[in-house]
Design a protein around this ligand. Sequence first.
Ligand code: IPE
Ligand code: IPE
Ligand code: MG
Length: 238
Amino acid sequence: MNNIPRHVTIIMDGNGRWAKKQGLKRIFGHKAGVEAVRQATEYAAEKGIDYLSLFAFSEENWNRPQDEVMGLMELMVEAIAGETKTLMKNNVRFRVIGDTSKLPDRVKEKISATEEQTAPNKGLCMIVFLSYSGKWDIIQAMERYMKDDTLKNSPVNQEKFESYLSTAGIPDPDLLIRTSGEQRISNYLLWQVAYTEFYFTDVLWPDFSKTDFQKALDVFSSRERRYGKTEEQVNNLK
Ligand code: IPE
Ligand code: IPE
Ligand code: MG
């Protein structure tokens, strides 16, 4: 019996090191990373995972050299445009979450068009976190919460607060995978990983195969999630 997570999220790291190893410029690592995204998306759909979310570009990544940032933006446009047909064919819904106001117009336009086109799809929901940071998300939620007059003068309500996070309506990740050997969260989802299982692998993102994905799912299904309860309580509920 395999316990399939409903929402898997991946911090796709190691593109630069992958390129360096082959004596290539960093951008070629990002290009190779797009192929790994295709594989992971296909596999998630095959496995019946409902949500696959991918950390593609952080708020902090804006501080990288300008040519790398521009190259990445160009790659986003190409990848989204190139994949739309496949997304439609595979019934995948595509969404982008993050501070998209900072993105170049061309990227914004491509995103909106693909989000609209794939909105009716009922299969896998693929979420790309772009120009995202966990602290940004919490702050923007707090700002919107404070503007809500219906909530004035009452104690802070957790559910209402969550409804203002950029991930509202999306279940929290069951499993977080980070590639390339780094074991940190890098200001990715903060609030939403309160009870997420973490899986770290040394595999660099462009090398991350369906077999590697399967390994992560196997480890996940062997974990026992207790949510603060005792082992006995959890087993009695089974
Ligand atoms: C992840 O790979 C992709 C992005 C952050 C955009 P990196 O570019 O961080 O690769 P490394 O960590 O330098 O190897
Ligand atoms: C995190 O990777 C962001 C993405 C994968 C998009 P980084 O490579 O930017 O993270 P740090 O800076 O090494 O923590
Ligand atoms: Mg990195």
